[in-house]
Design a protein around this ligand. Structure first.
Ligand code: ADP
Ligand code: MG
Length: 482
């Protein structure tokens, strides 16, 4: 068998698409697989050059490469090539051409082998298109979007650049992820987002941002895993909530002013009563020309109580701009609050029944918690009938949390009203502001706690506030992505 016949036999028996070309680049043999792949019959191909089968764009490069081969410049070539099916649709093949030499080492013909990679290329193209689409979508998004790969920022959109106050993309790309988050918050955010690489959930994280120009912002980041250029990466969508927080703060302050105003009436009453009794004793002493020891004791107790009430009232009314989280004993806070509300209760002949456990201190802003307790106890007092009772209970529920339960035997609320609690300006009272619960809910949320209302019409209402002993650095909420 001549060498060419030997190759022809191999070619015809091979399940892979194969061809033999002469040194002018014309087909002298093609097998069935190749014919099937391209939709031509053997007769149609034999004698033709690769130009017949190639995509017009690739005719020239293929023939140039083949020339290099036939001239003996190179021994083999491998090309990823686009072909055209006889019916006109494109096909992709990974083709290798090898130069075969005779015994005298002279080039004789070329063997071509072709592997169908159409599906792979199509998938790649689709992927590129979808990445392109993703990129356009993200670029135009009104949200600030970042992509992080191996701990560095690899992508940021226009809104992201603006949010960080950077000059351009280059200032941000390549910097370590989260370098714009203050030191004390960064590690936790990093840990939480890195964990996402092995999860299909998303996370919401609250943190601060220090912009390139030094300004600081409050932000919420939603982080999730994505595939970026074929690799597992983290996408973060950052929302600036600075204004929203300022608004909340403003509302909380206005609400506090209204609480202080309402309390003033009760406090005045609380002060007038002991003053009246002290005045009585003094008048008595004046007419008798003597002070009885027991009268002096009563007067002193009354004065001390008055002093306590005034002190509490003033400390609550004092404008305090800075939210300050410190360790405080909730039992003490509740006791102080009840001192302020006692007179209001007394006016309606309502007893405030307490059962306050002695518990370890918790991380909190004392004045904010006072505001919450005053609001809720005041609502309970307002709902209670004359000669009723309001219950205030404090306990620990597990290793991490305490519970404050405030309940009354008032008229309770129907379900639809219960659902609306916490909405701003929702009030059923003639002089109500409808801000008390909204502000209370916000404060509890800022303390990483939970508030729950349960109520039965005709039976009464119970408000449960659960607060953690310790504040974690940032809020974390998980959600499903898919
Ligand atoms: P306000 O007290 O100014 O009305 P709040 O936000 O404190 O505003 O309360 C909103 C509404 O919730 C009240 O108007 C009332 O209808 C209802 N509510 C709150 N607490 C109670 C309660 N203990 N019993 C019955 N209704 C309540
Ligand atoms: Mg109220």
């Amino acid at each position: 068998m001549s060498s060419s016949n030997f190759y022809k036999t191999i070619c015809n028996q091979s399940p892979a698409a194969m061809s033999i070309l002469d040194l002018k680049g014309r087909f002298i043999e093609v097998n069935q697989s190749l014919c099937n792949f391209l939709g031509y019959s053997k007769d149609e191909i034999l004698g033709e050059t690769t130009a017949l089968l190639s995509h017009p764009n690739e005719v020239e490069i293929t023939s140039r490469k083949l020339q290099q081969l036939t001239s003996g410049e190179i021994e083999s070539i491998q090309l990823e090539k686009c072909y055209l099916h006889k019916k006109g649709h494109p096909l992709w093949g990974l083709v290798s051409f090898t130069l075969i030499r005779d015994h005298d080492n002279r080039p004789t013909f070329i063997i071509g082998q072709l592997q169908d990679i159409t599906e792979k290329v199509m998938i790649q193209q689709q992927l590129m298109e979808s990445e392109d689409r993703y990129r356009r979508l993200v670029e135009l998004s009104p949200e600030a979007i970042f992509v992080h790969l191996n701990g560095r920022i690899v992508y940021v959109n226009r809104v992201g650049i603006k949010l960080l106050g950077a000059k351009n993309k280059d200032e941000i790309i390549g910097t370590p992820s989260f370098s714009f988050i203050p030191d004390e918050e960064r590690d936790l955010i990093r840990e939480e987002t890195v964990a996402l690489l092995n999860q299909t959930t998303s996370k919401k994280l609250r943190h601060s941002i220090i912009r390139y120009d030094g300004k600081s912002l409050s932000a919420i980041t939603t982080a999730a895993r994505i595939t970026y250029n074929g690799e597992r990466a983290i996408q973060t969508v950052i929302r600036d909530i600075t204004e929203q927080k300022m608004m909340e703060e403003w509302l909380r302050k206005s609400e506090k002013l209204s609480v202080v105003g309402q309390l003033a009436a009760g406090v005045a009453h609380e002060i007038r009563n002991p003053l009246t009794s002290i005045k009585g004793f003094i008048q008595l002493a004046k007419s008798n020309q003597e002070f009885k020891q027991e009268h002096l004791d009563i007067m002193l107790t009354e004065l001390e109580r008055t002093e306590g009430v005034i002190y509490e009232f003033l400390s609550l009314a004092k404008p305090n701009d800075q939210v300050k989280f410190q360790k405080h004993d909730v039992k003490t806070i509740l006791t102080k609050v009840i001192t302020l509300l006692d007179s209001q209760a007394l006016m309606k002949d309502i007893e405030i029944v307490t059962s306050l456990g002695h518990l370890p201190e918790i991380d909190c802003d004392e004045n904010q918690l006072k505001q919450v307790f005053i609001n809720i106890i005041q609502n309970a007092l307002e709902a209670s009938p004359r000669k009723g009772a309001v219950y205030v209970h404090l306990d620990q529920i597990n290793d991490d949390n305490i519970i404050i339960r405030i309940s009354d035997h008032g008229p309770g609320m129907p379900k639809d009203r219960l659902k609306r609690l916490g909405e701003p300006f929702y009030s059923t009272k003639e002089k109500g502001t409808g801000l008390g619960l909204m502000v209370s809910c916000k404060i509890v949320e800022n303390h990483q706690g939970k508030i729950n209302f349960s109520s039965k019409e005709g039976k009464g209402t119970t408000v449960d506030i659960v607060l953690p002993f310790e504040q974690r650095l940032s809020h974390i909420e998980e959600g499903a992505v898919h």
